[in-house]
Design a protein around this ligand. Structure first.
Ligand code: GDP
Length: 601
């Protein structure tokens, strides 16, 4: 084959493309593309986005040579192991930095003594508050050793979850690795070591339970050395502190070791800088509403500041320290519990301060739109419809479900109704319930769904943030219900392949009108900046003014620097002309959306 011939079949494909666009690129009909997709087990309709890999397979089968399109765009968000707050801290003015107390997290295998250690430190080393030394459990507290405060993250209850362990390491400056001297290095010990290393947080080992007869500290040190944590008394550089939480022995040595390590690090923050930190935990109480524990990591948080943590926000009505005493402000490394947020923020989320609640609402709206767009882009989502289609061609025999509910009382009837459900007809498909549980949909549920091709059903519960992100990435579909009958009905319909087609408007981006220009004799075009997502030439558009849709229709021209373009992404400016509408006003929002049929097959 000559070079020319070879190149003639080369096509460039973006990271995601609609079936219609792909058909255009391939110079074929969308029906052919859909057929080819079906043959590959992918059910897609004409407006559906498919990802690069899928598009590449189809293109290759149709005789083309796909290559990824090179797009110059903004750098994707840094999702590495370096937590956001550290990245933000690095941006602070060095001159303004002042030392702050170290933040310490306890990690280790279950039952090795994390809770006991946190308790004993709390009881022996916490400076008593005025209210008689009683400490509130708010997920973090401060101990004082020789006049030096140390902040402990106190959330061992959650520590069974890998993601919490990862976060524990991420929020901390120093990790105390708790290892029981009678049990040694165990799987979760190794995991904890990996998390601390990934987050680049130094470790000190608390060699706990040395009071026990069957304690074998030297053997455990050997195991630690094998993990690369060579004890200092073996000429290594890991401090290993033998202690007993129950006998209250060696605790002072541990605190000393923590301060020693802290002394070697630059543990700093700018108390008068931008206010931000991490959500430690949150709960909704009947009396006080949302109570959130926040760890301030920079700046000084004050009562009446407006806090924004991902989608939760609110003006702080009252603030308490871990003694439960009302305080007015809190500086770096200080854990506080605050009242006034509109919903419970997710532990591990970064919080920031914004101007006012109006600004917070605007940002939340943007974030929601972004999330919605990403979710609609998860093109390979394993939907009920797709599962059914696969079952039809004998690809799957069961509709696998992971079911989470708010209370046991609703879980039982759901499971009972679904268990015996079967499709009618030749190809009998049953329901297989892989996992059920109470509480929000977690990372673990998504992992289970992903490994068993299941979909996740939430009854009165939604996914937490990590789970949501993971579901988007893995293309796992989450369906949420509030009414049992609807849930059962949908599953029944899916089994019969009769889910009603639902038209959904999927928002793909929003631009704001910055200026209005004349175009031709009568027309006007809007000079816009894309605020979120993207504006697509072929998509539909609506004009929103004062939260009301005043026009819905099509784009007649989309230009960047006088040039016609097919799409304009977030952050860029463009000129937009609409078919049949030109009465733009500054501040109007132009929303780009597509209509998708949820079921087409
Ligand atoms: P966690 O799962 O790591 O939080 O472990 P816990 O703090 O709940 O401890 C597990 C068990 O070990 C409990 O029964 C504790 O009483 C016990 N334990 C913790 N520390 C010690 C210790 O220093 N000596 C002895 N003998 N038992 C301990």
């Amino acid at each position: 084959m000559s070079e020319n011939e070879q190149n003639s079949n080369v096509i460039e494909l973006p990271i995601s493309i609609t079936v219609r666009e792909l058909a255009e690129v391939l110079g074929t009909s969308p029906i052919d593309v859909i057929k080819n997709l079906m043959a590959n087990g992918v059910m897609a309709n004409i407006n559906q986005e498919i990802d690069y890999d899928t598009a590449a397979i189809v293109s290759a089968e149709m005789g083309f040579e796909p290559t990824p399109q090179q797009v110059a765009e903004e750098k994707p968000e840094q999702m590495g192991e370096i937590p956001l707050w550290r990245q933000k801290l690095a941006e602070e003015d060095e001159e303004q930095l002042a030392p702050r107390p170290p933040v310490v997290s306890m990690l280790g295998h279950v039952d090795h003594g994390k809770t006991s250690l946190l308790d004993v430190i709390r009881h022996t080393s916490v400076a008593s508050g005025e209210a008689g030394g009683i400490t509130q459990h708010i997920g973090a507290y401060q101990a004082v050793h020789n006049g030096n405060p140390i902040t402990f993250l106190d959330t061992p209850g959650h520590a069974a979850f890998t993601s919490m362990r990862a976060r524990g390491a991420q929020g901390a400056d120093i990790v105390v690795l708790v290892v029981a001297a009678d049990d040694g290095v165990m799987p979760q010990t190794k995991e904890a070591i990996s998390h601390a290393r990934a987050a680049q947080v130094p470790m000190v080992v608390a060699l706990n339970k040395i009071d026990k007869d069957n304690a074998v500290p030297e053997q455990v040190k050997q195991q630690l050395a094998e993990e690369g944590l060579v004890p200092d008394d073996w000429d290594g550089d890991t401090l290993v502190i033998p202690l007993s939480a129950t006998e209250n022995e060696g605790i002072e040595d541990l605190l000393e070791a923590i301060l020693l390590i802290a002394g070697d690090m630059d543990i700093m923050a700018n108390p008068s800088g931008e206010v931000f930190g991490t959500v430690i935990e949150s709960e909704i109480t009947k009396r006080q509403g949302v109570m959130a524990t926040l760890l301030v990591q920079n700046g000084t948080l004050e009562v009446s500041d407006t806090v924004l943590a991902n989608l939760a926000y609110g003006r702080i009505k009252a603030m308490f320290d871990f003694h439960g005493e009302s305080i007015k402000e809190a500086g770096p490394s200080v854990p506080v519990s605050v009242m006034g947020l509109n919903e419970a923020p997710t532990a591990g989320d970064l919080f920031e301060i914004v101007k006012d609640e109006k600004e917070a609402r605007r940002l939340v709206e943007e974030r929601e739109l972004d999330a919605e767009r990403k979710a609609s882009e998860a093109s390979q989502a394993l939907t009920l419809e797709e599962l059914f289609a696969r079952a039809q061609i004998g690809d799957v025999e069961n509709l696998s479900l992971v079911i989470k509910a708010d209370v046991q009382g609703s879980l039982e009837p759901i499971v009972a109704s679904l268990e015996d459900m079967k499709s009618e007809g030749e190809q009998e498909i049953g329901v297989e319930i892989i996992h059920t549980g109470i509480g929000r949909i977690t990372e673990n549920d998504i992992m289970l769904a992903s490994t068993s091709d299941a979909i996740v059903i939430g009854f009165n519960v939604g996914p937490d943030k990590v789970a949501k992100r993971m579901a988007e990435r893995e293309g796992i579909s989450i369906r949420r219900y509030k009414i049992i009958y609807h849930l059962i009905n949908d599953v029944q319909k899916a089994l019969q392949g009769m889910l009603d087609p639902v038209e959904k408007k999927i928002l793909i981006g929003r631009a704001e009108v910055l200026a209005v220009f004349p175009s031709g004799k009568f027309d006007q075009v809007a000079g816009c900046r894309v605020q979120t997502g993207e504006i697509r030439r072929n998509a539909l558009i609506r004009v929103v003014r004062d939260a009301k849709v005043i026009y819905e229709g099509e784009i007649s021209s989309l230009k960047r620097h006088q040039e016609d373009v097919n799409e304009v992404r977030k952050g860029f400016e463009c000129g937009i002309g609409l078919r049949g509408f030109s009465e733009f006003e500054e501040g109007d929002k132009l929303e780009s959306y597509v209509i998708e049929e949820v079921t087409e097959f």
